[in-house]
Design a protein around this ligand. Structure first.
Ligand SMILES: *Cc1c(COP(=O)(O)O)cnc(C)c1O
Length: 583
């Protein structure tokens, strides 16, 4: 790819880690009073079963965990007093390939290796015993991780979703986490529940208020007003539910107030309870993770009333997911400000981006990608390197049914022809969830299909054990991202945000957060049936490949994507939205 050097770029001087005037941010979002409502002793408390932040020792499973990690990082940059309450799982699972099959292995994790310190222990009860949980902590600026852990806590998402072990983990985080807060001398200003599995935190708070003498109904009103439930799931029916006997075993023994026990027991129908039903009883603030998701999430309260969700589309922490040179470039060009928020005139400033700048940053990104690939292997156990002059498509996400990783392989000959014509490679990265036998088989079928076709075999690379490193490296170093969930099933998705922010072309169905903006802002795949979608997908792959050979088209699409989506992508925008909604 022929290119000029980009125009005189200066290093970014306004690093977020040196923001001094945080009032500037609060003033910017017109909530001067916020500083009085949030304080180091009364922080924003965010409860989540999953965080994806391996630098701090915690590996997640997917988007929900990435969101939690990014929310904390953005809070740290904006100096928001923030506590992230989450389990520290002593075990994590990894994947490797043997004979094209994914095999899982488990690694033990020691929190001391990641800078956590033991605070003390707390106890939760079951009907028959008491369990001691260690409270560990890691302070990062205005934020901290406050985690509970014990040797038998297990892995993230171990066991079935309605199982005793899951309920134990959820109760441990809720009741144990609430005690941990008290232990370190904090009171929550607000509680955010990242999905219903964290419901027990709000229950613990309610119990505490009633136990300390507040009138029961006043306490319910108080907790309702200060609790935000963030929903990522579309269909209530798909959610796990628990039996009354499981609550007797794991939940009721932790509730001190008999009034609260009675209130909770009343919410069971035919001896079973869905956590979402009870969560909306205890959280008056409710959000969905994209405009489309907030609109279509089909939830009803205990009286059958449809629940309204406020749309707060997920964002990403740009400092984590975007090539530092690109962040500096956006700052210098006044496309984003020092808070990583789009400037008032970001649209005009994006218009100055040139194709040679894009090529330059993509070359830097490709080098970063190859550095990451050097210590990974493909499906055959070989290290790979993507040539600097080759075009690279990627599909990187969890291997779940609705994301349809196989869709681009529907017509292998057509795919091979596109890859050859444009000297392109294709990297697939994603992992099959433990126990998902359908997708385990799908992956094997796909890898065998690739193995049989000599063109695909030399140009398609599967990288197992998909993680943050691969997610980031591919965002930086590939040219075209493919995102083809079945329309209506992606809650938001954030991989595509990493792609756009790193100046990649996006080929996508109109779903999740992508659907926050009209479909002409990226290379859209539409069609009433799958065959039409596939035909459009291949056409768009050719459009994208040609654009990387044509400066005019490349500039057009990159500017179009950034102009449409930069505000959505900004994690600081998301934090601003949450703060405005909460206060
Ligand atoms: C960004 C990222 C995700 C989020 O993926 P989506 O499917 O787009 O929500 C999941 N896992 C990893 C490792 C990531 O880096």
């Amino acid at each position: 790819m022929e290119q000029d050097q980009p125009r005189n770029i200066q290093p970014a001087h306004n690093r977020l880690d040196s923001i001094e005037d945080v009032d500037e941010f609060y003033t910017a979002i017109k909530r001067e009073t916020l500083t009085h409502k949030l304080s180091p002793e009364r922080p924003y408390c965010y409860w989540t079963m999953e965080v994806y932040d391996k630098q701090n020792g915690i590996r997640g499973g997917g988007g929900l965990g990435v969101l939690a990690a990014d929310t904390r990082r953005v809070a740290e940059q904006l100096q928001v007093p923030f506590v992230l309450l989450t389990p520290f799982y002593p075990w994590e699972s990894h994947q490797k390939m043997s004979n094209l099959e994914q095999t899982d292995y488990h690694v033990q994790i020691d929190y001391k290796d990641f800078g956590f310190e033991l605070v003390d222990t707390v106890r939760i009860k079951t009907a028959t015993t008491a369990i001691e949980l260690s409270v560990i902590e890691k302070v990062l600026g205005s934020t901290r991780f406050l985690c509970i852990t014990e040797p038998n806590f297990g892995e993230l998402y171990s066991g079935e979703s309605g199982s005793d072990h899951r309920l134990y983990q959820e109760v441990a985080l809720g009741f144990g986490g609430y005690q941990a807060l008290k232990l370190v001398g904090l009171k929550p200003a607000v509680i955010q529940l990242n999905e219903v599995a964290t419901f027990f935190a709000a229950l613990a708070r309610l119990d505490e208020l009633v136990y300390s003498g507040m009138d029961f109904y006043e306490a319910v009103v108080y907790v309702r007003k200060h609790t935000l439930y963030t929903n990522h799931t579309l269909v209530q029916a798909a959610e796990a539910n628990f039996a009354y006997s499981q609550f007797q075993q794991y939940v009721f023994p932790n509730i001190k107030s008999t009034a609260l026990q009675r209130w909770l027991a009343d919410k069971f129908t035919d001896g079973r309870l869905k956590l979402s039903t009870i969560t909306v009883e205890i959280a008056e603030l409710r959000s969905g993770v994209s405009k489309l998701h907030a609109r279509v999430a089909n939830y009803h309260d205990i009286n059958g009333q449809k629940i309204k969700f406020k749309a707060i589309t997920n964002g990403i922490d740009m400092s984590t997911w975007v090539l530092p040179d690109i962040v500096a470039y956006y700052r210098n060009r006044k496309i984003i400000d020092k808070f990583n928020l789009p400037t008032n005139d970001f649209t005009e400033n994006i218009d100055d981006i040139t194709a040679s700048d894009i090529h330059h940053y993509k070359d830097l990104g490709r080098a970063e990608l190859n550095k990451a690939l050097a210590h990974r292997t493909d499906q055959y156990g070989n290290a790979i390197e993507i040539p600097a002059d080759a075009l690279l498509f990627d599909f990187k996400r969890r291997f779940v049914d609705y994301k349809r990783p196989w869709l681009p392989f529907t017509d292998p000959k057509r795919l091979a022809q596109i890859l050859e014509t444009y000297n392109a490679h294709y990297i697939l990265s994603g992992r099959v969830h433990l126990g998902d036998t359908t997708m385990f088989g799908e992956l094997l079928t796909l890898l065998k299909l690739i193995d049989k076709d000599p063109v695909l075999k030399s140009r398609v690379h599967y990288i197992p054990d998909y993680d943050e490193e691969m997610g980031r490296a591919l965002s930086l170093g590939a040219n075209v991202a493919i995102n083809n969930p079945i329309v209506g099933l992606e809650a938001c998705g954030t991989s595509w945000m990493k792609d756009i922010a790193n100046m990649k072309l996006l080929i996508s169905t109109h779903d999740g957060g992508v659907a926050d903006m009209p479909a002409d802002n990226y290379l859209n795949i539409e069609g009433e049936d799958e065959a039409t979608e596939v035909a459009n997908l291949y056409n768009q792959m050719e459009v994208a490949a040609k654009a990387w050979q044509n400066d005019f088209d490349l500039e057009y699409w990159i500017k179009k994507e950034l102009t449409a989506y930069l505000p959505t992508i900004s994690g600081s925008r998301m934090m601003e939205d949450y703060l405005k909604y909460l206060f």
